[in-house]
Write a protein of this length. Structure first.
Length: 133
């Protein structure tokens, strides 16, 4: 209903403001995580550029960076960055496949999201094994 260019909205419509009760489809979670992993990668680039700059400054700073990389905290940062890179890459490939017209249906999108999560989990586990072993 429209009166003089103003839309009248039904005041009795249901409003759900409790985020904990909202159930999103798996495709939404994959998309949100893809964006989050991109933000993490953006922050990781800054950290790694700082480490590169520090390692190239002098021999002493190179040795300090070398010691720091051996610490569990730095190994966690490296693993988290590789995990974000792996997930972002897998989800990006999923989006590229969908750009070619594959998996655009509801069932195809859900299957592609599940496959992307499984492949990303394997990549993240392999990155952890590579960093900590």
């Amino acid at each position: 209903m429209q009166i003089y260019g103003v839309y009248i909205v039904n005041k009795k419509r249901p409003v759900n403001l409790d985020i904990g009760t909202i159930h999103l489809p798996i495709t939404s979670y994959v998309s949100i995580l893809h964006r989050v992993s991109g933000v993490v990668l953006f922050a990781a680039i800054a950290v790694f550029l700082w480490v590169l700059d520090a390692s190239l400054s002098s021999e002493e700073s190179f040795n300090a960076v070398k010691e720091c990389i051996g610490s569990p905290f730095c190994q966690f940062i490296i693993w988290a960055s590789l995990a974000a890179l792996g997930y972002h890459m897998v989800a990006g490939i999923r989006h590229l496949i969908m750009d070619f017209g594959l998996g655009e249906t509801l069932e195809g999108g859900q299957l592609g999201a599940k496959i992307a999560l499984i492949v990303a989990a394997v990549v993240i586990i392999l990155a952890g094994v590579w960093v900590w072993v």
